[in-house]
Write a protein that binds this ligand. Structure first.
Ligand code: NAD
Ligand code: UDP
Length: 322
């Protein structure tokens, strides 16, 4: 059945890929984006498709549309981006969620929230299961993002309890791939950019902290499966790749894959930087029959190929923090 679907943050790294998938499936897709951390080039190839529509809109302000489904992806995701204007980040997560939930309630639409592994903070439970409630500093530099996403989950749960709204909560773990903003300051984009330019690779701390990296296509497949899952699946679902690597290991792999002559340099660890992160994906396997298909080496190779094709001058850094 053809559905009318809104994707907020639809011009971003993940949102643009979800728009592409939904347009290819024949749905009527409306992309809402204020282009804070993205550019139109991410969706330029969709603009002449009759079932795609692009609206420049900030979700902190209400909008009146008639829809069947909403993917709420809008929010700056990289630490440098979300810390640039932390108050705006919190407003996007909380006020933006209220606006989208209001639209879902009025239209009786199903709504999915792009939540994050950051709701677990610096976790005491490893790997992270969805029932773990997290360890977040409410007043630290990451709080605008972490607490905003936690409050958005609360809103979703309450709209479900109060209004029987059909909700989906996906907790996304670190994801990488083509169309990442080259100046977002995230570890994969920084290291690839530095390696391709044979510049020093900046490891924060001693590089022993871990992350689990999921390739974009795997992630988007999981999100779309979750949206299409039965209505009684309202609990949060982790989507990520359980392969866990230290940041030092990631740096060495990227140097090897790019055949770079970059040296590794060590910089201070940012405040509240989580020491480890790895998803337990049993719930996704059980309910969505989903698990990632693309390993880190293969995904990095595809991402490096994309970075080689882009002209970095075409990407406007949204913040000076890269
Ligand atoms: P991104 O920065 O590329 O995409 C976010 C998009 O939202 C951008 O196009 C941006 O311009 C837009 N946006 C920001 N504020 C807005 C507002 N107020 N109104 C309208 N549009 C707005 O980041 P991404 O990596 O594609 O992340 C997408 C979503 O997934 C985010 O909600 C993020 O928190 C979540 N997520 C991503 C990751 C990851 O590793 N990429 C991990 C966890 C969660
Ligand atoms: N990091 C790093 N060098 C960089 C950028 C990031 O060592 O140039 C580290 C960062 O301190 C963190 C990890 O890489 O421990 C992942 O950072 P990222 O910003 O990609 O995402 P996070 O998972 O922290 O939100």
């Amino acid at each position: 059945m053809i559905k009318r679907i809104v994707v907020t943050g639809g011009a971003g790294f993940l949102g643009s890929h979800i728009c592409e998938r939904l347009v290819d499936d024949g749905h009527d897709v409306i992309c809402l984006d204020n282009f804070f951390t993205s550019q139109k080039s991410n969706v330029a190839h969709l603009l002449d498709r009759p079932n795609f529509e692009l609206i420049r809109h900030d979700i902190v302000h209400p909008i009146w549309l008639e829809v069947d489904e909403i993917y709420n992806m809008a929010c700056p995701a990289a630490p440098g981006h979300y810390q640039y204007n932390p108050i705006k980040t919190l407003k996007t997560s909380v006020v933006g969620a209220i606006n989208m939930l209001g639209m879902a309630k009025r239209c009786n639409a199903k709504i999915l929230q792009a939540s994050t592994s950051e709701v677990y903070g610096d976790p005491e439970v490893h790997p992270q299961i969805e029932d773990y409630r997290g360890s977040v500093n409410p007043i630290g530099p990451r709080a605008c993002y972490d607490e905003g996403k936690r409050a958005a989950e609360t809103l979703f749960a309450d709209y479900n309890r109060m209004h029987r709204l059909r909700i989906k909560l996906v907790r996304i773990f670190n994801t990488y791939g083509p169309r990442m903003h080259p100046f977002d300051g995230r570890v994969v984009s920084n290291f690839i950019r530095q390696a391709l330019a044979n510049e020093p690779i900046t490891i924060f701390g001693d590089g022993s902290q871990t992350r689990s990296f999921c390739y974009r296509d795997d992630l988007c497949e999981g999100i779309i499966r979750l949206m299409n899952s039965p209505d009684d699946l309202i609990e949060p679902v982790n989507i990520g790749n359980p392969g866990e690597y230290t940041i030092g290991e990631l740096a060495k792999m990227i140097v090897e894959l790019t055949e770079s002559s970059s040296e590794l340099v060590y910089r201070p660890l940012p405040a509240d930087d989580p020491t480890r992160r790895q998803p337990n994906i049993d719930r996704a396997k059980r309910h969505l029959d989903w698990e990632p298909q693309i390993g880190l080496r293969e995904g990095l190779t595809k991402t490096i190929e994309w970075f080689k094709t882009i002209d970095a001058e075409q990407f406007r850094p949204p913040t000076p923090n890269y």
